[in-house]
Design a protein around this ligand. Structure first.
Ligand SMILES: NC(=O)C1=CN([C@@H]2O[C@H](COP(=O)(O)OP(=O)(O)OC[C@H]3O[C@@H](n4cnc5c(N)ncnc54)[C@H](O)[C@@H]3O)[C@@H](O)[C@H]2O)C=CC1
Ligand SMILES: CC(C)CC(=O)C(=O)O
Ligand SMILES: [Mg+2]
Length: 379
């Protein structure tokens, strides 16, 4: 029986733009697992963005801070949109997603990329390029140029303005995310590709040296290769099936993962988790979110693809909730829905029926009932 004390606490924060639209669907999925499979989750919804700002003066109101603070896992939608102009930059910065990543030290951002054969005909890349694509980008998430000081925009004596940011990495910041990559590779195909720009940047030179040193000291059973980031972007489009685990710094991982999304058919397909360090009981704070942002161009239309958010729940089932069978069940349900032709606009072939965000959620829930029913028959 699930009692309050053994419940895993999940804060559900849809946020802005299409964030709430896709999170509504992944929230329904989590409720299905709670009701039908006894997954012990205590779900607490909380607001983020313009709406709470107008009510409280904070994009991240106290109630949301409390929900995230007590949570084992956060299911996040998205931040950002045209309405951000209504929120002063200081208020936006105080409650930004970057500040949350920093606060909870969510340094390891895992972004899996899988090419679903059912989407081969609508994918932007050729079918033969998409064969056997199954890799994961591990993006360092709490350092690098997004967090570097000094930063700013200053006035120069000649009247020009100069913007500047600082890229920095320390040994420990590199080693801990590289460790995540090597450990994960051991559970997969045993290959790590480290991506940097060591021919130009000192931070990348250090990155390459530290990754290589950790490899030699502790992970020589794993195959390690290095690529410059410009070549890596090209290789992801040319032959994505060559990769198993790719590890890279914050900004390169941000850019490469949107690029890699084309191997899955759409940015709307990609899930992620951002993990903090283990506490003394081995638990890690985790923020699950689709890779995409608030997509202002389609927000409010009810047409966004919720599968990135739904597949983030599969990651939550596997990692935070330790329910690998339920994670596989959800992934199978997504495969079943896609195989049966369920398509939102971003993954639809011309002329195909396009489901709304809610209808795609329905399709996955129906597939869950079907797949779970079949499993019971075979049990
Ligand atoms: N983790 C987060 O909360 C993120 C927030 N952002 C923020 O989002 C805002 C918009 O940024 P953009 O550069 O436009 O990136 P975006 O990821 O929001 O959208 C890029 C393109 O992909 C499409 N797209 C994204 N998700 C989709 C989905 N689920 N279904 C169908 N199509 C989808 C959009 O319609 C758009 O054409 C910005 O304020 C940005 O800072 C961007 C990335 C991540
Ligand atoms: C706020 C941005 C850095 C978010 C983003 O683009 C991402 O996490 O992929
Ligand atoms: Mg991004």
């Amino acid at each position: 029986m699930n009692t309050l004390s053994n419940m895993i606490k999940v804060a559900v924060v849809g946020g802005e733009g299409i964030g709430p639209e896709v999170t509504d669907q992944s929230h329904r999925i989590l409720k299905w697992f709670s009701a039908r499979r006894g997954v012990p989750v205590a779900l607490r919804e909380a607001q983020y963005g313009l709406i709470p700002y107008l009510a409280t003066g904070k994009v991240l109101p106290d109630d949301t801070v409390e929900a995230m603070e007590e949570a084992d896992a956060i299911l996040w939608g998205a931040t950002g949109g045209p309405e951000t102009t209504e929120v002063p930059p200081a208020a936006r910065k105080a409650g930004s997603l970057l500040s949350l990543r920093s606060k909870y030290d969510l340094y390891a951002n895992l972004r899996p990329i899988v090419a679903n054969p059912a989407l081969a005909d609508s994918a932007p890349l050729k079918t033969e390029v998409l064969k056997d694509v199954d890799f994961i980008i591990i993006r360092e998430l709490t350092s690098g140029i997004y967090f570097g000081e000094p930063r700013g925009i200053e006035m120069l004596p000649d009247g020009q303005r100069r913007g500047f940011n600082t890229q920095q990495y320390t040994t420990n910041q590199i080693r801990r995310v590289a460790r995540t990559a090597f450990e994960l590779a051991r559970t997969r195909k045993g290959r790590v590709c480290s991506v940097d720009k060591a021919n130009v940047l000192e931070t990348s030179l250090l990155w390459r040296e530290e990754v290589a040193a950790l490899h030699a000291a502790e992970f020589s059973d794993v195959e390690l290769t290095h690529l410059y980031v410009d070549n890596a972007a090209m290789q992801i489009v040319r032959a994505p099936s060559q990769f198993d685990v790719m590890v890279t710094c914050n900004i390169f991982g941000d850019i490469l993962s949107d690029c890699a999304a084309m191997a899955s058919g759409s940015l709307g397909m990609l899930p992620s988790v951002s993990l903090g360090p283990p506490d003394r009981l081995g638990r890690r704070k985790a923020l699950y979110e689709p890779v995409h942002g608030s997509a202002p161009d389609i927000a409010g239309k009810g047409i966004a693809n919720p599968l990135g958010s739904i597949l983030s729940v599969a990651m939550m089932l596997r990692i935070t909730l330790n329910r690998p069978d339920d994670a596989t069940l959800l992934e199978k349900a997504v495969d079943t829905a896609l195989a049966a032709g369920a398509r939102t606009a971003d993954i639809a072939e011309p002329g195909a029926k396009r489901l709304s965000t809610q209808e795609m959620g329905d399709a996955v829930l129906n597939a869950l009932d079907k797949v779970a029913g079949k499993e019971r028959e075979h049990a």
